[in-house]
Design a protein around this ligand. Structure first.
Ligand code: NAP
Length: 324
C-alpha cells in the first residue's frame, strides 16, 4: 500500500482547550502531600508487574483544586545523587478526574509501576529510584510534590462536541481514568473507546472499574489487548494498533468522523504502529485531519519507522500524545 503526500491546507488549529494552571509548586517551592491510599491496581496479584494506585492528599498545597485530568505532577524523591545534589523531580501522570479522588480536588492519584531491571553488563539489580520510592510509601507518609504540568494533553473545552479514541499501553492508562470520569460526570453522550494494551490479562490496570464503566455506559467501549497471550475470543496476541485496525472493533467509522479526537499515552514505540493503522484505515481528508504525511513518508506505509516520526509524520491538533 502506498500513500501520496498530503497537502497542509487540511491542517486546523484543533479543538479549543481549557486554560490550565501550571508550575504552582516548583522543585524549589515544593508542596508537601500525604499518602492516603496505596493499593495494587493490576487485575490479578499474579501479575509480574508491580503497579500501584497511589493517592496523595494535597490539601493545603497550591495543587489543591487546581489540577485537571490529563495533567502531570512532580514528585521529589528524598536523598542525593552520586554528585551530592538533591535527586531531580520526576513527573507522573495524574490518574484522577479534575475533581480529584475526593470530589473536591484535594486528593490526586497516580499509577506507578516499580521499575525493576538488571544491569546488562554486571547483572546487578537496578531499581528505579522514584517509582520504588513512591511504591514503598505507606499511608500517612509525606511526599514532596510539584506542578501541575502540561497544557496540551487535555479534554477539549467542549467535551460533548467530540468522539474519542483513547489508546494506552501499560501505565499510560492513568490520564484516561481521569478523563473518562470527567466525561461521564458531565453527562457525556458521544462515543468513547479505550484500547488498553498490556502483556498478560493479569497486567490489566483498573480492569474491574473499566468493565463496570462500560456496563453502565453504552457509549463507552473498553477494548483490552494482550500482547503475550491469546485474547478472550481466542485470537492471537497483538498490539493496540492491531486492535485499532481490526474491522471487528468498528473504529474506522468513528475515526473518519470530523468529531473524532485520538489520544495516545504510554510507550513511544506504539506511535509508528498507530500511525500505520490510521493510514491503512483512512483516506484523504479523513487521514489528514489526524496525521500530516510529508513527502518523505509518502510511499509504502510498511516502511514507516521511528525516524520518520516528527520529521515526516506529524500528528495534527486532533491527536494528543503523551509517550515515553
Ligand atoms: P507494560 O505493562 O509493559 O505494557 C506495555 C504494552 O505495550 C505491552 O503489552 C507491550 O508488549 C506493548 N508494546 C511494546 N512495544 C509496542 C509497540 N511498538 N507498539 C504497541 N505496543 C507495544 O507497560 P509499562 O511498563 O507500564 O510502560 C508504560 C510506558 O508508558 C512507560 O514507558 C511509561 O514511562 C509510559 N507512560 C507515559 C506517561 C506519560 O507520558 N504521561 C504516563 C504513563 C506511562 P510486549 O512487551 O509484549 O512487546
Amino acid at each position: 500500500m502506498t500513500l501520496e503526500p498530503l497537502s497542509k491546507e487540511a491542517r486546523d488549529p484543533g479543538p479549543p482547550l481549557p486554560e490550565v494552571e501550571m508550575h504552582l509548586h516548583t522543585p524549589k517551592s515544593a508542596g508537601v502531600g500525604r499518602v492516603v491510599r496505596t493499593e495494587r491496581c493490576t487485575a490479578s496479584g499474579k501479575s509480574a508487574s508491580f503497579v500501584r494506585h497511589v493517592e496523595i492528599d494535597v490539601s493545603g498545597t497550591d495543587l489543591a483544586g487546581r489540577f485537571r485530568a490529563g495533567q502531570s505532577f512532580g514528585v521529589l524523591p528524598p536523598g542525593e545523587d552520586d554528585r551530592g545534589r538533591p535527586h531531580s523531580m520526576r513527573l507522573y501522570s495524574i490518574a484522577s478526574p479534575t475533581a480529584g479522588e475526593d470530589g473536591e480536588g484535594n486528593v490526586l492519584a497516580t499509577t506507578v509501576k516499580r521499575v525493576i531491571d538488571e544491569d546488562w553488563k554486571d547483572h546487578t539489580l537496578k531499581l528505579g529510584l522514584c517509582s520504588n520510592y513512591l511504591c514503598n510509601l505507606q499511608e500517612g507518609d509525606e511526599v514532596r510534590v510539584t506542578g501541575p504540568n502540561g497544557k496540551r494533553f487535555l479534554l477539549p473545552k467542549d467535551p460533548g462536541a467530540h468522539d474519542y479514541v483513547f489508546i494506552a499501553t501499560g501505565t499510560g492508562i492513568a490520564p484516561f481514568r481521569g478523563m473518562l470520569t470527567d466525561l461521564f460526570a458531565a453527562g457525556y453522550e458521544g462515543s468513547v473507546t479505550l484500547i488498553m494494551g498490556v502483556p498478560h490479562r493479569t497486567d490489566l490496570l483498573y480492569h474491574d472499574d473499566l468493565e463496570k464503566l462500560a456496563s453502565e455506559h453504552a457509549n463507552f467501549t473498553y477494548l483490552p489487548v494482550l500482547s503475550r497471550e491469546n485474547q478472550d475470543d481466542g485470537s492471537p496476541p497483538c498490539y493496540v494498533q492491531n486492535k485499532l485496525a481490526d474491522p471487528g472493533a468498528g473504529l474506522a467509522e468513528v475515526l473518519s468522523s470530523e468529531r473524532s479526537l485520538v489520544y495516545l499515552c504510554g510507550l513511544a514505540g506504539m506511535e509508528v504502529g498507530v500511525f500505520q493503522s490510521l493510514a491503512r484505515m483512512l483516506e484523504g481528508a479523513q487521514l489528514s485531519r489526524l496525521l500530516q504525511v510529508d513527502a518523505e513518508a509518502a510511499g509504502p506505509i510498511d516502511d514507516w519507522n521511528r525516524k520518520l516520526v516528527n520529521r515526516a509524520l506529524k500528528p495534527t491538533r486532533r491527536m494528543f500524545l503523551e509517550v515515553y
